[in-house]
Design a protein around this ligand. Structure first.
Ligand code: IPE
Ligand code: IPE
Ligand code: MG
Ligand code: MG
Length: 333
C-alpha cells in the first residue's frame, strides 16, 4: 500500500481541507479561460495557468467562506474570479516590468509579444467580471470591482515612484497595499460576505487579508534581492533593473553616506547600471541592515495577520490561516 505523501505546508493543508472546492474552481478556470474565436487566448492562458502558481488567493476565498459556515456554491465563482483577476494582472505586470520569467517559464510577453499579453489580460479581466456577476451579490461585486481599481492604482503609483529617490515608506506601503494586498483582502472579505457573515467577521477577514498581502509583498520584494531564480520561478534582480523603490532600497537610502547616495542616484535615479552594481547594492544594504529590517517588517505584518483572526470561529481552517501568515514570511527567516 502506498503511504500518502506527508502534507507539509499550510497551503497544502488548506488545499487538502478544501480539495473538492478547489477542484470546482479549477474546472471553472479551465472552462472560462477558453475562447471559441481567438486561438491566441487559450494558447496564452494555457501557458500561464498550466504552469500552476500557488493558487493562494482562491484558497483564501474558499477558506473564508467555509470558515463562516457557507454551504452554497457561489464561493467557487468568486474564488475563480479572484484567480482570473490575479492572472490578468500578472500578464500586464510582466509587460510593465519587462520580465522574462514567471512560474518557472518564459513570460507570455517574451514567448508571444506585449500586445498578446495586454489583450489576453483584458480578456481575463472581463471573464472575471462575468463570473462574479453570476453570483448576483451586489456587496461582493462592490468588493471585487473596487479591488480591481485599487490594484491598477497601486501599479500606476509604483510606476511614477520608480527611480524617485524621495519615495518614502508611506508611499511604498500605499503601493503594495494597492497592487497586492487589495486582492488578498478582497479575496477573504468576499468569502465572508457571500457566506452572510456579520460585519465584525467580514472586517476581521478583510484585515487578515490586508496584513497577509502586505507581508507577502514585502517578502517578495526582499527575495527580489536575496532569493534565487530557481526557487522563485522568476528572475532575481528585476526590481533593481526596473529602478523600483522597494523597502530595502528606501531603508538603505535613509542611512546612506554621500558616496552611497551618489551610487543610488546613478543606478536607481539615473538608471546608469553597470556590471557589479547589483552586488554593490546588496553589500550596501547588508552593511546598513536594511535587508534584515525589511524582513522584520514583513514578520510584523504576518503577526498582525495572525492577530486579526481573533474574532473568527476556532477550528482547522482558522489554524491553517494562522500558520499561513507565518508561512509567507518563513522563506525569509
Ligand atoms: C505574484 O504572486 C505577484 C505578487 C503579488 C508578488 P504569487 O507569488 O502568488 O504568484 P503565483 O500565482 O503563485 O504564481
Ligand atoms: C506584483 O507585482 C503585483 C501585481 C502583479 C499586480 P510585482 O511586479 O512586484 O510582482 P512580481 O515580482 O512580478 O511577481
Ligand atoms: Mg513584476
Ligand atoms: Mg510589478
Amino acid at each position: 500500500m502506498n503511504t500518502p505523501a506527508p502534507v507539509e505546508t499550510p497551503v497544502e493543508r488548506l488545499l487538502a481541507l478544501l480539495a473538492p472546492d478547489m477542484d470546482g474552481v479549477a474546472r471553472l478556470i479551465r472552462d472560462r479561460m477558453a475562447s471559441q474565436h481567438a486561438p491566441r487566448i487559450p494558447e496564452v492562458t494555457a501557458h500561464l495557468v498550466g504552469a500552476g502558481g500557488k493558487r493562494l488567493r482562491p484558497l483564501l476565498t474558499l477558506a473564508a467562506a467555509r470558515l463562516c459556515g457557507y454551504d452554497g456554491s457561489d464561493h467557487l465563482k468568486l474564488a475563480a474570479t479572484v484567480e482570473f483577476i490575479h492572472t490578468a494582472t500578472l500578464l500586464h505586470d510582466d509587460v510593465v516590468d519587462e520580465s522574462a520569467r514567471r512560474r518557472g517559464r518564459p513570460t507570455a510577453n517574451l514567448l508571444w509579444d506585449n500586445k498578446s499579453s495586454v489583450l489576453v489580460g483584458d480578456y481575463l479581466f472581463a471573464r472575471a467580471f462575468q463570473l462574479m456577476v453570476e453570483t448576483g451579490n451586489l456587496r461582493v461585486l462592490d468588493i471585487l470591482s473596487n479591488a480591481a481599481a485599487v490594484i491598477a492604482e497601486g501599479e500606476v503609483l509604483q510606476l511614477t515612484a520608480a527611480a524617485n529617490l524621495d519615495t518614502d515608506e508611506t508611499v511604498y506601503l500605499q503601493v503594495i497595499r494597492g497592487k497586492t494586498a487589495a486582492l488578498f483582502s478582497a479575496a477573504t472579505e468576499a468569502g465572508a460576505v457571500v457566506a452572510g457573515a456579520d460585519d465584525v467577521v467580514a472586517l476581521a477577514l478583510h484585515d487578515y487579508g490586508d496584513a497577509l498581502g502586505i507581508a507577502f509583498q514585502i517578502a517578495d520584494d526582499l527575495l527580489d534581492y536575496r532569493g534565487t531564480d530557481d526557487r522563485l520561478g522568476k528572475n532575481v534582480g528585476d526590481d533593481f533593473r526596473e529602478r523600483k523603490m522597494s523597502l530595502p532600497v528606501i531603508r538603505a537610502l535613509a542611512g546612506a553616506d554621500e558616496a552611497e547616495r551618489d551610487f543610488w542616484q546613478r543606478v536607481i535615479g539615473k538608471g546608469d547600471q553597470r556590471d557589479g552594481d547589483l552586488a554593490t547594492a546588496m553589500a550596501i544594504m547588508t552593511r546598513h541592515g536594511s535587508l534584515d529590517s525589511t524582513r522584520d517588517t514583513a514578520l510584523e505584518h504576518a503577526a498582525r495577520a495572525r492577530a486579526a483572526l481573533g474574532p473568527l470561529p476556532v477550528g482547522p481552517i482558522r489554524s491553517q490561516l494562522a500558520d499561513l501568515a507565518d508561512f509567507v514570511v518563513a522563506r525569509l527567516v
